[in-house]
Design a protein around this ligand. Structure first.
Ligand SMILES: O=C(O)CCC(=O)C(=O)O
Length: 326
């Protein structure tokens, strides 16, 4: 994959809120923030401590026989374990109790109480542990959407996907490689919904995905205490280089009524985007009334019109309508 352009995500140290809001946030690009205080979790969150203070609350987890999780072929199973047992198993390489095989990999993306309605919130599902994790106050309280545990076995790779909220991914213990792609590279990522079909980003099948090389690869390795700012719509793919515990915090960048109200995960497209995509489907259905050569002609003209009206390099964006974090 010689041809793919690679860029290191910039690292900013000891960033204060004012600096974040003035210099980093408006760029809408990923940034590693190092040295921002995250609270006592950095020292406290050992496997034993997490087990004792997270308790035996049941958690739904992903389990797979291989560390690279593949959403296309569903090579993982959803299972349930008490939190303390899950943390113990995720931290070990070989398990005496297991579901699929003795070296299976585990991943937790914590959920709200009512999985279909409520976003995850550490302070509700894990109140004792939440006290140890101080959410950086880079946005106002009413913009807060969710705080999510991300706990992975060593080697666990999560597929490339985007979310529709702004995100601070905090690495509390362990190290994690994160690869990101710009929303402007969406067409080079072979999307299926919010996920890329290119599961193996390090050794992609270029016969199936020839345009993948055109996607610019942004990369960083998060260390304990690092925060990664992932702007909404930026694609990300993670590999836990060690057993690790992270928390990610989603917050709203757009006015609250722009988002789908039934979206506990923060990954449903904004309502206006969903309506536009539905309208496009209807328009395409209308074109079906014409013969193929006419469809081709009007299809090309529609694409040109869409590009002219929407691409950032062809229009000046009215940014004032977007919410700025306070
Ligand atoms: O850290 C991870 O394992 C995945 C993080 C992620 O997907 C997110 O923060 O949206």
């Amino acid at each position: 994959m010689e041809l793919q352009e690679k860029v290191a995500v910039p690292i900013f140290t000891e960033v204060e809120k004012e600096v974040f809001l003035r210099d980093i946030y408006p760029q809408r690009r990923p940034a590693v923030l190092r040295g921002v205080s995250l609270g006592p979790c950095l020292e406290k969150w050992t496997v034993e401590y997490l087990g004792q203070n997270g308790g035996d609350k049941e958690v739904k987890i992903h389990v797979s026989t291989v560390p690279q999780m593949d959403f296309l072929h569903k090579n993982f199973a959803y299972k349930t374990l008490p939190f303390n047992e899950f943390v113990k198993r995720a931290s070990e390489k070989k398990h005496s109790d297991f579901f699929l095989c003795e070296d299976e990999s585990y991943y937790l993306r914590s959920l709200g109480e009512d999985v279909r309605k409520e976003p995850a919130d550490l302070s509700k599902q894990f109140p004792v542990l939440a006290e140890d994790f101080h959410i950086p106050q880079f946005f106002t309280a009413d913009q807060f959407f969710s705080s999510v545990f991300r706990i992975s076995s060593c080697g666990l790779q999560l597929w490339t996907h985007y979310d529709v909220m702004d995100n601070l991914l905090a690495q509390v213990t362990g190290t994690k490689r994160v690869v990101l792609y710009s929303p402007q590279d969406a067409l080079h990522l072979y999307l299926s919904g919010d996920k890329s079909e290119v599961v193996d980003i390090d050794s992609p099948d270029l016969k199936r995905f020839p345009d993948f090389v055109k996607a610019k690869r942004y990369e960083c390795v998060l260390e304990p205490g690092d925060l990664l700012f992932i702007p909404a719509l930026w694609f990300h793919n993670t590999v836990a280089l060690q057993f690790g515990v992270g928390v990610n915090v989603f917050w709203r960048h757009l006015p609250a009524d722009s988002y789908d109200r039934k979206d506990p995960y923060g990954n449903k497209d904004p309502v206006a985007a969903t309506r536009a995509l539905q309208a496009l489907e209807r328009a395409l259905h209308t074109l079906d009334e014409l013969p193929a050569d006419y469809r081709d002609f009007y299809g090309r003209r529609m694409i040109q019109r869409i590009q002219k009206r929407t691409y950032c390099d062809s229009v000046t964006l009215p940014t004032s309508q977007f919410t700025k974090p306070g």
